[in-house]
Design a protein around this ligand. Structure first.
Ligand code: NDP
Length: 328
Protein backbone atom coordinates (compact mmCIF):
# COMPACT_ATOMS: atom_id res chain seq x y z
CA UNK A 1 0.00 0.00 0.00
CA UNK A 2 1.23 3.49 -0.84
CA UNK A 3 2.33 5.88 1.91
CA UNK A 4 -0.63 8.22 2.42
CA UNK A 5 0.45 11.86 2.56
CA UNK A 6 -1.38 14.96 3.78
CA UNK A 7 -0.26 18.54 3.02
CA UNK A 8 -0.97 21.34 5.51
CA UNK A 9 -0.61 24.72 3.80
CA UNK A 10 -0.82 25.17 0.06
CA UNK A 11 1.70 27.88 -0.90
CA UNK A 12 4.82 27.45 -3.06
CA UNK A 13 6.11 24.58 -0.96
CA UNK A 14 2.72 22.86 -0.68
CA UNK A 15 2.38 22.89 -4.47
CA UNK A 16 5.93 21.54 -4.75
CA UNK A 17 5.09 18.65 -2.41
CA UNK A 18 2.09 17.80 -4.55
CA UNK A 19 4.39 17.55 -7.62
CA UNK A 20 7.01 15.53 -5.71
CA UNK A 21 4.42 13.01 -4.51
CA UNK A 22 3.39 12.53 -8.15
CA UNK A 23 6.99 11.52 -8.97
CA UNK A 24 7.16 8.91 -6.17
CA UNK A 25 5.00 5.89 -7.02
CA UNK A 26 5.14 4.55 -3.45
CA UNK A 27 3.32 7.69 -2.23
CA UNK A 28 -0.21 8.92 -2.56
CA UNK A 29 -1.60 12.39 -1.83
CA UNK A 30 -4.68 11.91 0.31
CA UNK A 31 -5.68 15.49 1.20
CA UNK A 32 -4.60 19.12 1.32
CA UNK A 33 -5.53 21.21 4.38
CA UNK A 34 -5.67 24.99 4.31
CA UNK A 35 -6.59 27.90 6.58
CA UNK A 36 -8.22 29.57 3.59
CA UNK A 37 -11.54 28.70 2.01
CA UNK A 38 -10.95 25.19 0.53
CA UNK A 39 -13.16 26.08 -2.44
CA UNK A 40 -10.72 28.86 -3.37
CA UNK A 41 -7.91 26.35 -4.04
CA UNK A 42 -7.69 24.03 -7.01
CA UNK A 43 -5.20 21.20 -6.64
CA UNK A 44 -3.88 19.00 -9.43
CA UNK A 45 -4.09 15.49 -7.98
CA UNK A 46 -7.09 13.46 -9.05
CA UNK A 47 -8.79 11.75 -6.14
CA UNK A 48 -7.32 14.08 -3.47
CA UNK A 49 -9.45 16.73 -1.79
CA UNK A 50 -8.97 20.09 -0.08
CA UNK A 51 -10.25 20.50 3.48
CA UNK A 52 -10.22 23.19 6.15
CA UNK A 53 -7.17 22.91 8.43
CA UNK A 54 -9.41 22.17 11.44
CA UNK A 55 -10.72 19.05 9.70
CA UNK A 56 -7.28 17.38 9.70
CA UNK A 57 -7.80 15.54 12.99
CA UNK A 58 -10.86 13.75 11.68
CA UNK A 59 -8.60 12.13 9.04
CA UNK A 60 -5.98 10.80 11.47
CA UNK A 61 -6.47 7.21 10.36
CA UNK A 62 -6.21 8.02 6.66
CA UNK A 63 -2.87 9.84 6.67
CA UNK A 64 0.52 8.23 7.37
CA UNK A 65 2.60 11.43 7.20
CA UNK A 66 1.46 15.05 7.41
CA UNK A 67 3.78 17.42 5.52
CA UNK A 68 3.73 20.91 6.98
CA UNK A 69 4.22 23.59 4.34
CA UNK A 70 3.58 26.78 6.34
CA UNK A 71 6.08 29.60 6.82
CA UNK A 72 8.91 29.37 9.34
CA UNK A 73 8.27 32.77 10.92
CA UNK A 74 4.93 32.12 12.59
CA UNK A 75 3.20 29.02 11.12
CA UNK A 76 5.57 26.14 11.83
CA UNK A 77 6.51 26.96 15.46
CA UNK A 78 2.82 26.44 16.30
CA UNK A 79 1.65 23.97 13.64
CA UNK A 80 4.41 21.33 13.81
CA UNK A 81 4.09 20.53 17.55
CA UNK A 82 0.30 20.74 17.27
CA UNK A 83 0.21 18.23 14.42
CA UNK A 84 2.90 16.00 15.98
CA UNK A 85 0.38 15.28 18.72
CA UNK A 86 -1.70 13.42 16.11
CA UNK A 87 0.42 12.57 13.05
CA UNK A 88 3.90 11.69 11.87
CA UNK A 89 5.10 15.09 10.62
CA UNK A 90 7.79 16.72 8.48
CA UNK A 91 8.60 20.40 8.16
CA UNK A 92 11.20 22.66 6.53
CA UNK A 93 11.68 25.06 9.49
CA UNK A 94 14.57 27.28 8.40
CA UNK A 95 15.11 29.84 11.17
CA UNK A 96 18.51 28.34 12.07
CA UNK A 97 18.89 30.05 15.45
CA UNK A 98 15.54 28.70 16.70
CA UNK A 99 15.96 25.08 15.58
CA UNK A 100 16.94 23.81 19.07
CA UNK A 101 13.80 25.30 20.64
CA UNK A 102 11.60 24.01 17.80
CA UNK A 103 13.18 20.57 18.17
CA UNK A 104 12.29 20.47 21.90
CA UNK A 105 8.65 21.39 21.25
CA UNK A 106 8.18 18.83 18.47
CA UNK A 107 10.07 16.14 20.40
CA UNK A 108 7.81 16.53 23.43
CA UNK A 109 4.61 16.36 21.37
CA UNK A 110 5.81 13.46 19.21
CA UNK A 111 7.04 11.39 22.18
CA UNK A 112 3.76 11.89 24.04
CA UNK A 113 1.69 10.83 21.03
CA UNK A 114 4.03 8.06 19.84
CA UNK A 115 4.70 9.67 16.46
CA UNK A 116 7.82 10.65 14.51
CA UNK A 117 8.60 14.26 13.57
CA UNK A 118 11.43 15.25 11.22
CA UNK A 119 12.12 18.98 11.24
CA UNK A 120 14.20 21.45 9.20
CA UNK A 121 14.24 19.29 6.07
CA UNK A 122 15.11 20.91 2.74
CA UNK A 123 18.42 22.17 1.36
CA UNK A 124 19.51 24.73 3.97
CA UNK A 125 18.81 23.51 6.55
CA UNK A 126 18.79 20.03 5.07
CA UNK A 127 21.14 18.77 2.37
CA UNK A 128 23.66 21.56 3.08
CA UNK A 129 23.64 20.68 6.79
CA UNK A 130 24.31 17.01 6.03
CA UNK A 131 27.20 17.90 3.76
CA UNK A 132 28.67 20.24 6.37
CA UNK A 133 28.48 17.41 8.92
CA UNK A 134 30.07 14.80 6.64
CA UNK A 135 32.89 17.18 5.68
CA UNK A 136 33.53 18.22 9.30
CA UNK A 137 33.74 14.61 10.44
CA UNK A 138 36.14 13.72 7.63
CA UNK A 139 38.44 16.76 7.80
CA UNK A 140 38.37 17.78 11.47
CA UNK A 141 41.02 20.50 11.18
CA UNK A 142 39.61 22.21 8.12
CA UNK A 143 37.66 25.35 7.22
CA UNK A 144 33.95 25.61 6.32
CA UNK A 145 32.38 27.84 3.71
CA UNK A 146 28.76 28.17 2.61
CA UNK A 147 27.84 30.37 -0.36
CA UNK A 148 24.25 30.98 -1.42
CA UNK A 149 22.95 31.79 -4.90
CA UNK A 150 22.50 32.87 -7.42
CA UNK A 151 18.99 32.95 -6.09
CA UNK A 152 15.97 34.90 -4.98
CA UNK A 153 15.85 35.83 -1.32
CA UNK A 154 12.21 36.17 -0.31
CA UNK A 155 13.09 38.00 2.93
CA UNK A 156 15.24 40.62 1.19
CA UNK A 157 12.63 41.10 -1.56
CA UNK A 158 10.00 41.69 1.14
CA UNK A 159 12.26 44.19 2.92
CA UNK A 160 12.55 46.27 -0.28
CA UNK A 161 8.78 46.14 -0.84
CA UNK A 162 8.27 47.82 2.53
CA UNK A 163 10.21 50.95 1.42
CA UNK A 164 8.05 54.01 0.63
CA UNK A 165 7.53 54.39 -3.13
CA UNK A 166 8.25 50.73 -3.97
CA UNK A 167 5.51 48.77 -5.74
CA UNK A 168 7.27 45.44 -6.21
CA UNK A 169 10.80 44.00 -6.01
CA UNK A 170 12.96 40.95 -6.49
CA UNK A 171 16.36 40.48 -4.80
CA UNK A 172 19.08 38.09 -5.92
CA UNK A 173 21.92 36.91 -3.70
CA UNK A 174 25.03 36.23 -5.81
CA UNK A 175 28.25 34.51 -4.68
CA UNK A 176 31.45 36.39 -5.54
CA UNK A 177 33.39 34.34 -8.07
CA UNK A 178 36.81 35.49 -6.76
CA UNK A 179 35.90 34.32 -3.24
CA UNK A 180 34.81 30.91 -4.56
CA UNK A 181 38.09 30.59 -6.46
CA UNK A 182 40.11 31.53 -3.37
CA UNK A 183 38.28 28.96 -1.25
CA UNK A 184 38.66 26.20 -3.84
CA UNK A 185 42.41 26.85 -3.95
CA UNK A 186 42.57 25.34 -0.46
CA UNK A 187 44.30 28.38 1.07
CA UNK A 188 41.52 28.80 3.67
CA UNK A 189 41.07 32.58 3.17
CA UNK A 190 39.34 34.69 5.82
CA UNK A 191 36.37 36.26 4.09
CA UNK A 192 34.08 39.05 5.26
CA UNK A 193 30.36 39.17 4.50
CA UNK A 194 31.10 41.68 1.71
CA UNK A 195 33.79 39.44 0.22
CA UNK A 196 31.44 36.46 -0.18
CA UNK A 197 28.18 37.73 -1.68
CA UNK A 198 26.76 40.64 -3.65
CA UNK A 199 23.10 41.61 -3.80
CA UNK A 200 21.23 42.66 -6.94
CA UNK A 201 17.80 44.27 -6.69
CA UNK A 202 15.15 44.74 -9.37
CA UNK A 203 12.66 47.33 -8.24
CA UNK A 204 9.33 48.57 -9.62
CA UNK A 205 8.74 52.08 -8.29
CA UNK A 206 5.41 53.83 -7.91
CA UNK A 207 4.78 56.65 -10.38
CA UNK A 208 6.52 59.86 -9.32
CA UNK A 209 8.53 58.11 -6.57
CA UNK A 210 11.96 59.49 -5.64
CA UNK A 211 14.26 56.86 -7.18
CA UNK A 212 17.42 58.24 -5.57
CA UNK A 213 15.81 58.04 -2.12
CA UNK A 214 14.66 54.44 -2.74
CA UNK A 215 18.13 53.37 -3.86
CA UNK A 216 19.71 55.04 -0.82
CA UNK A 217 17.17 53.37 1.51
CA UNK A 218 18.03 49.97 0.03
CA UNK A 219 21.83 50.11 -0.01
CA UNK A 220 22.05 51.51 3.54
CA UNK A 221 19.46 49.16 5.11
CA UNK A 222 21.11 47.60 8.19
CA UNK A 223 21.32 43.78 8.41
CA UNK A 224 19.87 43.35 4.91
CA UNK A 225 22.08 45.37 2.54
CA UNK A 226 24.49 47.70 4.36
CA UNK A 227 27.19 45.02 4.69
CA UNK A 228 27.09 44.05 1.01
CA UNK A 229 27.89 45.59 -2.35
CA UNK A 230 24.37 46.11 -3.62
CA UNK A 231 23.19 47.20 -7.07
CA UNK A 232 19.69 48.50 -7.75
CA UNK A 233 17.91 48.43 -11.12
CA UNK A 234 14.57 50.12 -11.67
CA UNK A 235 12.37 48.21 -14.10
CA UNK A 236 8.69 48.08 -15.12
CA UNK A 237 6.14 45.69 -13.64
CA UNK A 238 5.96 43.93 -17.02
CA UNK A 239 9.73 43.37 -17.01
CA UNK A 240 9.58 42.04 -13.45
CA UNK A 241 6.84 39.57 -14.38
CA UNK A 242 8.58 38.57 -17.60
CA UNK A 243 12.18 38.20 -16.42
CA UNK A 244 11.97 37.58 -12.67
CA UNK A 245 8.91 35.42 -12.05
CA UNK A 246 10.82 32.25 -11.13
CA UNK A 247 12.12 31.22 -7.69
CA UNK A 248 15.61 29.89 -8.50
CA UNK A 249 18.24 29.31 -5.82
CA UNK A 250 21.21 27.17 -4.92
CA UNK A 251 24.69 27.48 -3.54
CA UNK A 252 27.87 25.77 -2.44
CA UNK A 253 29.04 24.02 0.72
CA UNK A 254 32.80 23.73 0.72
CA UNK A 255 35.24 22.41 3.29
CA UNK A 256 38.98 22.41 2.82
CA UNK A 257 41.46 20.65 5.04
CA UNK A 258 44.59 18.60 5.08
CA UNK A 259 45.83 15.13 6.01
CA UNK A 260 49.21 13.48 6.48
CA UNK A 261 51.56 13.58 9.50
CA UNK A 262 52.64 17.12 8.66
CA UNK A 263 49.43 18.14 6.89
CA UNK A 264 51.24 17.78 3.59
CA UNK A 265 48.18 16.88 1.49
CA UNK A 266 45.27 19.24 0.91
CA UNK A 267 41.65 18.29 0.12
CA UNK A 268 38.59 20.17 -1.10
CA UNK A 269 35.10 18.81 -0.50
CA UNK A 270 32.37 20.61 -2.45
CA UNK A 271 28.63 20.11 -2.72
CA UNK A 272 26.64 22.42 -4.96
CA UNK A 273 23.04 22.94 -5.97
CA UNK A 274 21.65 24.89 -8.93
CA UNK A 275 17.90 24.97 -8.55
CA UNK A 276 15.38 26.33 -11.07
CA UNK A 277 12.74 26.14 -8.34
CA UNK A 278 13.67 26.44 -4.68
CA UNK A 279 10.25 25.26 -3.37
CA UNK A 280 10.00 22.29 -5.75
CA UNK A 281 13.48 21.05 -4.83
CA UNK A 282 12.85 21.60 -1.11
CA UNK A 283 9.62 19.64 -1.50
CA UNK A 284 11.47 16.77 -3.19
CA UNK A 285 13.84 16.49 -0.22
CA UNK A 286 10.89 16.61 2.18
CA UNK A 287 9.05 13.81 0.40
CA UNK A 288 12.11 11.51 0.60
CA UNK A 289 12.23 12.19 4.36
CA UNK A 290 8.48 11.53 4.61
CA UNK A 291 9.28 7.97 3.53
CA UNK A 292 11.83 7.77 6.35
CA UNK A 293 9.33 9.09 8.90
CA UNK A 294 6.82 6.47 7.84
CA UNK A 295 9.37 3.67 8.16
CA UNK A 296 10.67 4.82 11.53
CA UNK A 297 7.14 5.05 12.81
CA UNK A 298 6.38 1.51 11.58
CA UNK A 299 9.43 0.35 13.55
CA UNK A 300 7.84 1.79 16.67
CA UNK A 301 10.12 4.81 17.02
CA UNK A 302 8.86 8.17 18.24
CA UNK A 303 10.12 11.69 18.92
CA UNK A 304 11.78 14.40 16.88
CA UNK A 305 14.62 13.89 14.40
CA UNK A 306 16.61 16.08 12.00
CA UNK A 307 18.41 15.06 8.82
CA UNK A 308 21.42 14.19 11.01
CA UNK A 309 19.53 11.33 12.64
CA UNK A 310 18.19 9.54 9.57
CA UNK A 311 20.25 6.78 7.97
CA UNK A 312 20.40 7.33 4.18
CA UNK A 313 18.82 3.99 3.22
CA UNK A 314 15.57 5.08 4.88
CA UNK A 315 15.16 7.75 2.17
CA UNK A 316 15.15 5.40 -0.79
CA UNK A 317 12.24 3.31 -2.05
CA UNK A 318 14.80 0.62 -3.00
CA UNK A 319 15.64 -2.11 -0.48
CA UNK A 320 19.08 -2.75 0.99
CA UNK A 321 20.07 -5.46 -1.52
CA UNK A 322 19.18 -3.23 -4.48
CA UNK A 323 21.02 -0.27 -2.99
CA UNK A 324 24.15 -2.36 -2.34
CA UNK A 325 24.08 -3.67 -5.91
CA UNK A 326 23.47 -0.40 -7.77
CA UNK A 327 24.51 2.57 -5.68
CA UNK A 328 27.26 1.43 -3.35
P1 NDP B 1 4.33 30.67 1.04
O1 NDP B 1 4.25 32.06 1.56
O2 NDP B 1 4.08 30.43 -0.42
O3 NDP B 1 3.28 29.76 1.86
C1 NDP B 1 3.23 29.71 3.26
C2 NDP B 1 1.78 29.52 3.70
O4 NDP B 1 1.05 30.71 3.43
C3 NDP B 1 1.06 28.42 2.95
O5 NDP B 1 1.25 27.18 3.56
C4 NDP B 1 -0.38 28.86 2.94
O6 NDP B 1 -1.10 28.33 4.05
C5 NDP B 1 -0.27 30.38 3.04
N1 NDP B 1 -0.49 30.99 1.71
C6 NDP B 1 0.13 30.70 0.54
N2 NDP B 1 -0.35 31.45 -0.47
C7 NDP B 1 -1.29 32.25 0.07
C8 NDP B 1 -2.13 33.24 -0.45
N3 NDP B 1 -2.15 33.55 -1.75
N4 NDP B 1 -2.96 33.88 0.42
C9 NDP B 1 -2.95 33.58 1.72
N5 NDP B 1 -2.19 32.63 2.28
C10 NDP B 1 -1.36 31.97 1.47
O7 NDP B 1 5.75 30.12 1.49
P2 NDP B 1 6.61 28.97 0.77
O8 NDP B 1 5.71 27.82 0.49
O9 NDP B 1 7.39 29.57 -0.34
O10 NDP B 1 7.67 28.61 1.90
C11 NDP B 1 7.28 27.97 3.10
C12 NDP B 1 8.46 27.83 4.04
O11 NDP B 1 9.38 26.90 3.53
C13 NDP B 1 9.31 29.11 4.21
O12 NDP B 1 8.82 29.88 5.28
C14 NDP B 1 10.67 28.58 4.52
O13 NDP B 1 10.84 28.64 5.92
C15 NDP B 1 10.62 27.12 4.14
N6 NDP B 1 11.72 26.78 3.22
C16 NDP B 1 12.73 26.00 3.70
C17 NDP B 1 13.78 25.66 2.90
C18 NDP B 1 14.87 24.76 3.41
O14 NDP B 1 15.82 24.52 2.66
N7 NDP B 1 14.79 24.22 4.61
C19 NDP B 1 13.89 26.16 1.52
C20 NDP B 1 12.75 26.93 1.09
C21 NDP B 1 11.71 27.24 1.94
P3 NDP B 1 -2.69 28.06 3.93
O15 NDP B 1 -2.92 27.18 2.74
O16 NDP B 1 -3.03 27.40 5.22
O17 NDP B 1 -3.33 29.40 3.78
Amino acid sequence: MAIRVGILGYGNLGKGVECAVKHNPDMELKAVFTRRNPDSLSILTEGAKVFRAEEALSMKDEIDVMILCGGSATDLPAQTPEMAAHFNVIDSFDTHANIPRHFEAVDKAAKESGHVGIISVGWDPGMFSLNRLYANAILPGGSDYTFWGKGVSQGHSDAIRRIKGVKDARQYTIPVEAALTAVRSGKAPELTTRDKHTRECFVVAEEGADLKAIEEAIVTMPNYFADYDTTVHFISQEELMRDHAGIPHGGFVIRTGSTGWNDENGHVIEYSLKLDSNPEFTASVIVAYARAAYRLSREGQSGCRTVFDIAPAYLSPADGAELRKHLL
